[in-house]
Design a protein around this ligand. Structure first.
Ligand SMILES: [Zn+2]
Length: 388
């Protein structure tokens, strides 16, 4: 397992971890100069008796930082006159516990809900868990697509480490690694970063996909994602790119105007199971997919990149196959898809474009050349690159 190069503690007790590029010198980490403050109490989980789903209520998040200017950014390095969340003058990749977590800081097991008597007590539980922020670069401007292969690989190592360590914490049932990019989809800080949620329950989406994968395995003896991979690779119509260890394609039943799944060719349940060659390959493939998405329009496209990993206590891991889903609501240069009645109320999607068309558009983009040449944080969209 990849370990962080340094661990430190912020003045309020939160953990901060430093991961370094292979050729990078050790960051100068100093004590967090801010006064110690108590951490917020954990929020509450409320059980929706209608659907059987947990809803996290974290009211303290209303006060969290919203779109700070670069001079106020809490994800930039600490300087002489301004302390930030990262007590170092420079760094490569940093992970720290979220100051305004939806889950945690307390850990523990969520008790099962009894159907016998509905009461506010029986339908509530502490919002146990842990939320972390993953900062991709010390540079305020940029995006994952422009990190370069070396840095992307360090981020992948950090994700793998967090997946393994968070899975081992008491009460954690699922580790979700993700990135939201773009103010249009609610990003509150522009500094290139992602997040990790370690849930004390299996999320509604994963409960559905896991049940399907388990059933497919029982009925056919094969993992479902392996069959999907063969279907997409044989057809080829929706492929965006293929490498030695990964395939990227627009899924057959894409819900969003832009949707790409990146799937490893070898069955693994989580990021921590990827070997060195696979991580190297992913550090090339993933940024290239993002560059192709950014190349569709003159301005950066908002997206959600979501790692779907096996639940921690999964019944049958031989059915599980980790993958990445990148989705964007952007359906034209100045138009976003909004979830209307059918999607929002019923979860029944109505698509606007065909998956084959989206795949053809993504294949036609010339991705920016980042291999080894780009400066970390210097995000250049494929479009900007093409304009030069
Ligand atoms: Zn910043």
């Amino acid at each position: 397992m990849t370990s962080p190069h340094h661990r430190a503690t912020l003045s309020d007790g939160r953990e901060v971890l430093f991961f370094q590029d292979p050729d990078s010198s050790a960051p100068a980490i100093f004590d967090d100069p801010r006064p110690g403050a108590p951490r917020p109490d954990s929020g509450t989980l409320r059980f929706d008796a209608l659907t059987g789903e947990w809803v996290a209520v974290a009211t303290h998040r209303q006060t969290r930082t919203h779109l700070p200017a670069a001079a106020e950014c809490p994800l930039c390095p600490t300087s002489d006159h301004r302390p930030t969340e990262i007590p170092a003058a420079d760094f490569d990749v940093v992970v720290f516990e979220n100051r305004f977590p939806s889950l945690g800081p307390d850990l523990g097991e969520v008790p099962p809900v009894s159907a016998e008597a509905l009461s506010s007590a029986s339908l509530s539980a502490p919002a146990f868990g842990r939320c972390e922020v993953v900062v991709f670069s010390s540079q305020h401007d940029g995006s994952f697509a422009g990190l370069g292969r070396v840095r992307a690989r360090t981020v992948i190592d950090a994700w793998a480490n967090r997946t393994a360590e968070l899975s081992a914490l008491p009460g954690i049932e699922q580790v979700f690694v993700f990135e939201n990019r773009g103010e249009e989809i609610g990003v509150t800080m522009n500094h290139p970063h992602g997040q990790i949620y370690a849930y004390p329950y299996v999320t509604p989406h994963t409960a559905i996909t896991t049940a399907r994968a388990q059933r497919h395995r029982r009925e056919t003896g094969r993992p479902l994602m392996g069959d999907i991979l063969s279907f997409e690779r044989d057809s080829g119509e929706r492929m965006v790119l293929g490498s030695e260890h990964f395939s990227a394609f627009v899924p057959f039943a894409a819900r969003w105007p832009i949707e790409v799944h990146i799937v490893p060719h070898r069955q693994v349940a989580g990021l921590d199971e990827l070997d060195a060659a696979e991580r190297d390959d992913l550090a090339r493939v993933y940024p290239e997919v993002l560059q192709r998405i950014d190349g569709l329009y003159p301005t950066p496209t908002p997206y959600i990149a979501a790692w779907h990993q096996a639940p921690v206590n999964c019944e049958d891991r031989s059915a599980e196959w980790m993958h990445l889903e990148i989705t964007s609501p952007r359906r034209a240069e100045n138009k976003l898809k909004f979830l209307a009645g059918s999607e929002a109320a019923m979860g029944a999607f109505v698509g606007d474009v065909s998956a084959e068309e989206t795949a053809a558009r993504l294949r036609a983009v010339t991705p920016a050349r980042t291999a080894g040449a780009s400066v970390p944080g210097s995000a250049t969209s494929a479009h900007e690159q093409a304009q030069r």
